[in-house]
Ligand binder design. Structure first.
Ligand code: NAP
Length: 472
């Protein structure tokens, strides 16, 4: 039976249906309506009415977010199971994502309670004498939230949670492969008291639903997480809207000989291979100081060999199938091309009929190979040696991306040099570039995007500043 989705204030379905099938074994998971541009327009119109009609007071919005966090934490198992099935995310990683969405909602509730405008020192100018001035923060308007498949729950929570905190209604277009997690989050929010008019979830093709959101003049802000190609096209199609882009990366990790390289190898076991490397900050380019390079590779290969590749529903699985067979083929072809160009395969390289790419370690791939120069978005890391840390910093910076970068060193001066030199949205010291807590400012430069998420930062984007001057 086709599932119903919340669109324009009611549970609804559509004549057209899409089957959601497991990326791992192709089994049927659900039948989901395919909506149209007209459905988007209805959802936006109802959202606009909710914004202007009878807006919820701040204390109610905060309480809804807190109640939703509690409901989500009570349903970790069932919501993680849906997430795992639709995205082929190993179940233990899916549980972590649900827990993270709980904290994203909690931090959003905290923002709702504390985010405020600003008092201005008007009498700092002679003309400002006898004037009181302050800046109110008002909701920007209806938000169009376009989300990707790889964190189908927590990245929707990162868009919807701060929007509710700011008082903005949302029309969400989930990735076509992963609409169930967005649906589950909406259900929890409605049970927690969110009026249905405040949130529509509208599955359908990116080009149809996305275009309708981007083209609708009543959508004030597009919050997009996904690939640079789609993100920048949206940015140029909507010059009059605020457009927040969270895009990709080919995350560099520098490991100095004086750093705890054993801890780094153990961390990369997760950071390079979690959800089969389909994370925007998956560790990808590992630059290791020559004296420890061989030992590091041996340690990393040992860890990578312990990764269990299999069924996402199995508690033992660390790495499962990529989101599509065509993606497994693309990643495989990049590995093959790097090897043909002289890289050494230290682990992995194979594919399975179920769409897995075996966890792969390449050594000394050429920086111009796709596995270095572009975002692999698969379970592949590349190790390259360096002799001079400044050269390693330059190599890390030699990329069109700029989301997060990291360095392991015990030298505080090198750590500070890295923090000042690495041209990324975030620099991590003695931690992998894949690390993220949900309340930190998270976002990138260049082809990694143009904004910061994390409820405390997102809420700034989601509000306009309104100046108020009172004479007297
Ligand atoms: P994608 O293909 O760009 O899709 C992202 C979303 O955009 C999906 O909902 C997709 O819908 C939609 N879309 C596709 N074409 C569109 C169009 N013409 N107009 C409007 N929307 C459109 O990316 P993905 O493969 O799902 O995700 C992988 C990328 O996301 C990677 O580059 C990754 O690094 C990045 N990412 C970044 C972050 C971050 O926070 N910086 C986090 C996670 C992922 P359909 O599914 O229907 O095509």
């Amino acid at each position: 039976m086709t599932l119903q989705f919340p669109v324009a204030g009611t549970w609804t379905t559509s004549d057209q249906v899409r089957e959601i099938r497991s990326p791992f074994d192709d089994s049927l998971i659900a039948e989901v309506p395919v909506f149209t541009a007209a459905d988007v327009d209805r959802a936006v119109a109802v959202a606009k009415q909710a914004l202007h009609g009878n807006p919820l007071p701040t204390h109610e919005r905060a309480a809804i977010l807190d109640r939703a966090a509690i409901l989500l934490s009570e349903r970790v198992e069932s919501i993680a199971a849906d997430l795992s099935r639709e995205a082929a995310k190993p179940i233990k990683q899916a549980r972590v994502e649900v827990q993270r969405a709980v904290s994203t909602l909690q931090f959003s509730a905290a923002e709702a309670r504390t985010f405020a405008g600003e008092l201005l020192p008007m009498d700092a100018a002679a003309a400002g004498m006898d004037h009181l001035g302050f800046v109110l923060r008002v909701p920007i308007g209806v938000v169009g939230a376009i989300s990707p498949f790889n964190f189908p729950l927590n990245l929707v929570a990162h868009k919807v949670g701060p929007a509710i905190a700011a008082g903005c209604p949302v029309v969400n277009k989930p990735a076509s492969q992963t609409p169930l997690s967005a649906l589950n989050l909406a259900q929890v929010l409605f049970e927690a008291g969110l009026p249905m008019e405040m949130l529509s979830v509208v599955p359908g093709p990116g080009s149809v639903i996305g275009d309708a959101l981007v083209g609708n003049p009543d959508v004030a802000l597009i919050s997009f997480t996904g690939s640079p190609e789609v993100g920048w096209a949206i940015r140029s199609a909507a010059p009059r809207k605020r457009v927040g882009l969270e895009l990709g990366n080919n995350s560099p990790l520098i490991i100095c000989a004086d750093g705890d390289w054993k801890a780094a190898a153990a961390a990369v076991k997760v950071a390079g291979f979690s959800h089969a490397g389909q994370s925007c900050i998956s560790t990808q380019r590992i630059l290791v100081e020559e004296p420890i390079k061989e030992e590091f590779i041996a340690e990393l290969v040992k860890h990578v060999g312990s990764r269990v590749v299999g069924d996402p529903a199995d508690d033992a699985t660390d790495v499962s199938a990529l989101i599509q067979r065509s993606e497994a083929e693309r990643v495989g072809s990049w590995i093959d091309a790097a090897v043909a160009n002289g890289a050494k395969l230290a682990a992995g390289g194979d594919r399975t009929p179920e769409g897995h790419v075996m966890p792969t370690v390449l050594v000394e791939a050429d920086p111009r190979d796709d596995v270095c120069a572009n975002e692999v978005f698969g379970p592949v890391v590349v190790v390259r040696g360096f002799t001079d840390v400044d050269a390693a910093l330059s190599e890390a910076n030699d990329t069109r991306y700029g989301l997060q970068a990291a360095i392991f060193t015990s030298d505080i001066n090198v750590a500070l040099r890295a923090a000042r030199t690495l041209d990324f949205g975030g620099v991590l010291v003695n931690e992998v570039p894949t690390w993220r807590a949900d309340h930190m400012p998270y976002g990138g430069l260049r082809d990694s995007g143009n904004t910061r998420e994390g409820p405390g930062w997102a809420i700034r984007e989601l509000t306009e500043e309104r100046l108020v001057i009172i004479k007297g």
